[in-house]
Design a protein around this ligand. Structure first.
Ligand code: ASP
Length: 321
């Protein structure tokens, strides 16, 4: 049975992807086409065009994809100047002996693939960034930010776990029963240049294995990297857990993480039969779902699993303005 699930913001891409699946298209092609639509949506400030930039005002994109038939995977990260990182992730998977390219190397590969280049920073996103930095860096001038010798301190001040998150997840199951998971993001707004979250990391931000199922995350990427969250969901199913048990356990596992920076987590998951669920540490969160009988995606409630949250800035930093 063909099916699509994704984060709430995936909705804009699911009808096109469903048409493709209805016409016999593959799960990989469906994930790519759905995510491309979100990457092109300038109103979504967490993905692709219009995404919020890093602390220097540069949009850096991360994306990853995994084919559940054999767990081949591709990813790009810290990529600047190209509109569709998900397509490049797919090309890494299909054309290279590698899995993951970053920064300059990813951009070089994008040029070789003749990928669509473009300015990713839109005026509305730039304005939000500028306002945020003016507020946090005052009375320093915004233009000085590039040369700050202690940029690392300002990242801690400028980032806000309640306001800066977002990413797109899509999981597709095609008529052959193959599953694919994909993720694309502009990452954590106002991040340190070169910061990479969970989204392009197989096992952290996404995982797909036809034998058991697939999962993909949004939320605090550093936590999903440390806990290998997407793979934890699949591994629990491999060990015999139901989808609901697997998701709840992977969420609960985050509770034993230490450190000063713990915030929210969400993921969507599907088992090998196409049963699906969403999980979130935020109450009343939803995820997008579409099957072959539907003209438009619906939003379904995610299972709420409370996790410990704390954000402890170093106390001296507040006085450095
Ligand atoms: N997981 C993404 C990242 O850490 C951000 C998010 O989904 O909110 O880059």
């Amino acid at each position: 049975m063909i099916r699509l699930i994704g984060s709430e913001n995936a909705g804009v891409g699911l009808p096109q992807a469903m048409d493709l699946l209805r016409n016999g298209g593959s799960a990989i092609a469906a994930v790519e086409i759905a995510i491309r639509a979100v990457e092109a949506n300038a109103d979504d400030h967490s993905v692709g065009l219009g995404g919020y930039p890093n602390i220097l005002g540069q949009v850096e994109l991360d994306a990853g994809i995994m084919d559940g038939r054999d767990r081949t995977s591709g990813a790009v990260a810290a990529l600047k100047g190209y509109l569709h990182p998900i397509s490049l992730a797919r090309l890494v998977m299909e054309r290279l002996p590698h899995v993951f390219l970053v920064g300059e190397g990813a951009a070089r590969f994008a040029r070789e693939m003749e990928a669509e280049a473009g300015e990713l920073l839109t005026e509305p996103a730039r304005e939000v960034w500028a306002r945020r930095l003016e507020q946090d860096l005052a009375p320093r001038k915004l233009k000085e930010v590039t040369d700050l010798p202690d940029l690392w301190r300002w990242v801690e001040i400028a980032t806000d776990p309640q306001r800066t998150h977002g990413t797109v997840n899509v999981i597709a199951r095609d008529a052959q029963g193959h599953i694919c998971a994909g993720v694309s993001t502009s990452g954590w707004a106002w991040k340190y240049p070169g910061r990479v979250g969970d989204s392009p990391i197989a096992g952290a931000g996404f995982y797909a294995d036809d034998r058991y199922g697939a999962a993909a995350c949004t939320g605090t990427g550093e936590m999903a990297i440390r806990a290998a969250t997407a793979h934890s969901v699949i591994f629990a199913m491999q060990m015999g857990a139901t989808l609901l048990e697997a998701g709840t356990r992977a969420m609960a596992d985050l509770n034993d993480l230490g450190g000063r920076y713990l915030a929210g987590m969400n993921f969507v998951a599907m088992d090998r039969d196409g049963n699906h669920a969403g999980f979130s540490s935020y109450e009343n969160a939803t995820y997008a779902h579409m099957d072959a009988s539907m003209d438009a995606p619906e939003l379904l409630p995610r299972t709420y699993v409370a996790i410990k949250q704390r954000w402890e800035r170093q106390s001296s930093l507040g006085n450095r303005q």
